[in-house]
Design a protein. Structure first.
Lengths: 455, 437
């Protein structure tokens, strides 16, 4: 039978994040190439400065609609032909707009890389934006929004953001836009957005896989060489909170067996110097299975299948949010325990064991995160998007390990604000409202599933 | 693309597969137990999955939840999952921590029961009930996971009942059930162990021998009732489910030969032609051209015994009724049977399948899981190296023969979700209605 003595770790083997090279072509397009010869596959990812944060007020969803419409036709190929060519070589591209950027990416067998890159260039540089397809994409977004009203998790996420940010903030509306804004977007808006934002000066191509820098440079020169335009100025980001005192928002879903809870406040931007301290603090609070919030709500109280806290990292200050789904009749108990954990991590330093669990986990999983070429390309994209230094991944592990218990307490005190917490609950109002009011968190407001106030 | 594989069996029956890859200092440990919801006895639906939760509640030398803590502290990732016909447990860890992962898995394979308590069972029962509410009851269309197998397999068939289980059966589960299930199914001769990544084979073999060698062989497990059904449903079965959803959604299932047969390879390719990505027939015709659907896909369950299912999953556009949706999907299936697949469609399906398989082999965890899959179902992990070739070898004739035999009206089961609240149907953009007429 198994011995009681636990095996000790052997000596660790060194790991380095894949080496990469940069080059800028004459037209301003930037290249990052990471040769990874493990398997005969190549991932390519174009990062364009055209994220949802660029949407004009009232046209929320323009960035996403433009990105989706890229694959609906070009000067020489219609949508079905483009799809056929891409999928015919075993690839596919679904460009999508994040808050800060648009990513258009695919992974193919290395022999197919030249063909895939040529199609990617076509999609990005000469899209035709057919009216009929734009109409269809708008109506697809309409379907998505309808679906979301019946889907408690997505609804809770969306409502929480809506309540969290002030009306002037782009972050208050979903990345893909709302029902009104989507209807207001015209083909001309899309053409103008593409003309202004999709430019080689604002584009980085990241290639990771079984390929060399020279080959990539030749391919990119051939396919993107004649594209012109310098980068457009970045928009100003408004990330101010709607309220800095506690408020409770109940989004009614009659007879819901569970409450979807979102508790949090506006967090910190990705560029904040406390980034590593906040990451470790959050790992201890609710970022890991063995974190305080999950062990408390799941393993001690059995309120839920899982409970997590999360910082949404963006150029602006994204949300800090605790998410969980609990049985309706323990909604108030779950809220109380989350508050207790947020207060507790601000009261005293974490134990040595808690700190070392968080740091050794994040240190150890580092190589595991970058097993695939698409994960490597995604990591390199974060250098571009957040302006991180080229040695970021080489120094990542030492930065993680250098966080102390005192740093964690300081980060919790500086960056967690219990008095500013906003509480969004998607659940059965008859079951949750009165118990939540008894907690005296703050004013409670009731909404329907479209976000319309019910009082 | 081929990965190196060594396979051997311990005297207690444990089948071990090793696959070296030293490109990064990490290693995956993966165990499949050949037990799933199919093996549950009457009145205990959901037990195999509840039992999976109990495996994280400690063993003779491990405290509750300590398995998670030790692996994460070692810098590793881990989880487990339960399926109709198997349960798996897996870790990916820095390579210098291989011994820890092997030891933890061995401790719970050998000596789980000393750690089992009523309180732990009660807690995990509540956690699982919350998992059920979260993934099934409070999720639009969430019940399809249990309704579709119930429609496609007859009562009493091992695949008929719910994997997550009913509240009633979960409530009925006892500590005695845990002991019995453990003794019957969690034995080395009913498990396979796969190790993939950066390790020294001699050292790995020694660790496996030391930790797993002493675990006694099981007493054998009860045979499952006969699994093989007639090759086709023999009818078009229909179930309509009014639910708290905004848009109709159709799951159209076809009974097909089991995973691992040449016909199943043809079925996978046919499924890709029909429903994989935007170049597929369903997407092109129903989303792009006729605009009656908002999302389409097709997939197989990959069950290796009895009969598998190929499922087309299509969600309507606003304003499209469930009946119209079903008619439009059927029209595409019928068209595929009439025209057959084109060379381009076949090539597209095979190219996408190849990329997907090769890309997945980049991860040590995926390699180990695939080794375990082929070891469990066919006793031969080296079949992992034949996957790409098998799909490449599928011909148009084979796909057309499959489509002809299995996609007809005598072999369909429709599970159709429709909005209980008719408001959704009112919000039809006029342009959409015109487009389908």
């Amino acid at each position: 039978m198994t011995a009681a003595v636990r095996p000790k770790a052997g000596p660790p083997r060194a790991y380095r994040f894949p080496a990469f090279e940069r080059q800028t072509l004459g037209n301003g397009i930037r290249l990052i190439v990471a040769p990874v010869p493990k398997l005969p596959v190549v991932s390519m990812m174009a990062i364009i400065e055209a994220g949802a944060i660029c949407d004009p007020a009232g046209r929320e969803g323009l960035a996403q609609l433009t990105a989706s419409a890229l694959i609906e036709g070009t000067r020489t190929l219609d949508g079905p032909e483009l799809t056929e060519r891409l999928e015919g070589i075993g690839g596919s591209v679904d460009p999508s707009a994040d808050w800060d950027y648009v990513a258009a990416s695919t992974t193919v067998m290395s022999a197919r890389a030249p063909a895939a890159l040529a199609l990617l260039a076509e999609i990005l540089t000469v899209p035709s934006f057919p009216e009929r397809e734009i109409e269809r994409l708008r109506s697809e977004r309409h379907s998505e929004l309808l679906q979301q009203r019946a889907e408690p998790r997505g609804l809770a996420d969306e409502m929480f953001s809506r309540f969290l940010y002030g009306p002037g903030s782009r972050y208050a509306e979903p990345e893909g836009g709302n029902e009104r804004s989507i209807l207001s977007i015209t083909r001309d808006d899309i053409i103008a957005f593409h003309r202004d934002r999709y430019r080689p000066g604002g584009t980085t191509l990241i290639i990771a896989g079984d390929i060399s820098l020279d080959t990539v440079v030749q391919m990119v020169e051939a396919n993107f060489g004649s594209w012109t335009g310098s980068a457009t100025h970045a928009p100003v980001i408004h990330d101010q909170a709607a309220s800095i005192t506690r408020r409770v928002y109940v989004v009614g879903k009659d007879d819901a067996p569970q409450s979807e809870l979102r508790i949090g406040h506006v967090g910190v931007p990705r560029s904040h110097p406390d980034y590593f301290r906040v990451v470790i603090m959050n790992a201890i609070l609710g970022g890991l299975f063995s974190s305080r919030i999950n062990l408390n709500l799941r393993e001690v109280h059995a309120y839920t299948y899982g409970a997590y806290s999360h910082y949404d990292w963006r150029r602006g200050a994204g949300p800090f949010v605790v998410s969980t789904a609990v049985k309706s009749d323990v909604t108030d108990g779950a809220v109380r325990e989350v508050l207790h954990e947020i207060d507790r991590i601000r009261e005293a330093e974490p134990t040595v064991e808690e700190l070392s669990l968080a740091t050794s986990y994040l240190d150890g999983v580092f190589p595991i995160r970058y097993e695939t070429t698409s994960a490597i390309a995604g990591a390199l994209a974060s250098l571009v998007v957040y302006g991180l230094p080229d040695d970021y991944f080489d120094r990542y592990r030492e930065n993680i390990r250098s966080v102390t218990s005192a740093d964690v307490l300081a980060a919790a005190r500086q960056h967690l604000h219990p008095e500013q917490l906003q509480f969004a609950v998607v659940g059965d109002p008859n079951a949750v409202r009165a118990p939540l009011e008894r907690l005296q968190l703050g004013p409670t407001m009731l909404f329907d599933s479209e976000g319309k106030p019910l009082q | 693309m081929r990965i190196p594989i060594e396979t051997y069996r311990l005297p207690n029956g444990l089948l071990v597969s090793l696959s070296e890859d030293h490109t990064a200092p990490l290693v995956a440990v993966n165990l499949w137990y050949h037990v799933g919801s199919a093996n549950e006895r009457e009145g205990r639906t959901g037990f195999a999955h509840l039992f999976e939760h109990m495996l994280f509640q400690g063993s003779a030398h491990v405290e509750a939840n300590e398995h998670f803590e030790l692996i994460q502290r070692a810098g590793g990732t881990l989880n487990g999952s339960t399926w109709l016909d198997r349960t798996n447990y897996f870790e990916t860890i820095p390579s210098n921590q291989l011994a820890l992962a092997l030891w933890l898995e061995a401790d719970r394979m050998g000596q789980l029961l000393p750690a089992m308590t009523q309180q732990k069972l009660d807690t995990q029962r509540d956690v699982v009930m919350n998992e059920r509410r979260w993934s099934v009851d409070n999720q639009p269309y969430g019940t399809w996971w249990e309704r579709l197998p119930a429609l496609a397999y007859p009562p009493g068939h091992p695949f008929h009942h719910s994997l997550i289980g009913s509240f009633e059966d979960l409530t009925a589960a006892q500590l005695d059930d845990v002991a019995q299930f453990f003794a019957t199914y969690y034995t080395p001769d009913n498990a396979v162990l796969s190790i993939a990544g950066d390790f020294d084979p001699a050292e790995a073999r020694a660790l496996v021998e030391r930790f797993y060698g002493p675990i006694p062989k099981g007493q054998g497990k009860p045979a499952l009732p006969a699994m093989t059904l007639p090759p086709r449903f023999g009818e078009w079965r229909r179930e309509t489910v009014p639910d708290a959803v905004m848009l109709p959604r159709l799951f159209l299932a076809f009974r097909i030969p089991p995973f691992g047969t040449p016909e199943h390879d043809a079925a996978s390719i046919a499924g890709a032609v029909l429903g994989q990505k935007k170049g597929s027939r369903l997407y092109r015709a129903l989303v792009r051209e006729r605009q009656v659907a908002s999302e389409t896909s097709a997939f197989t369950f990959d069950l290796a015994k009895g009969n598998d299912l190929l499922v087309a999953d299509v969600t309507a556009r606003p304003g499209i009724s469930g009946d119209v949706l079903e008619r439009e999907v059927a029209r595409e299936i019928d068209a595929l049977r009439t025209t057959g697949v084109s060379v381009e469609e076949l090539d597209r399906a095979i190219a996408l399948t190849e990329t997907q398989l090769v890309v997945s082999m980049q991860s040590a965890g995926e390699r180990a899981d695939k080794l375990s899959l082929f070891a469990t179902y066919f006793g031969d992990p080296s079949l992992v190296n034949e996957q790409v070739e098998r799909y490449h070898a599928v011909t148009r004739d084979e796909v057309n023969a499959f489509v002809e035999s299995y996609l007809g009206e005598d072999n369909r089961a429709s599970l159709l979700y429709v909005p209980r609240d008719p408001i959704a149907a009112v919000e039809t953009p006029a342009a959409m209605v015109e487009a389908i007429q």
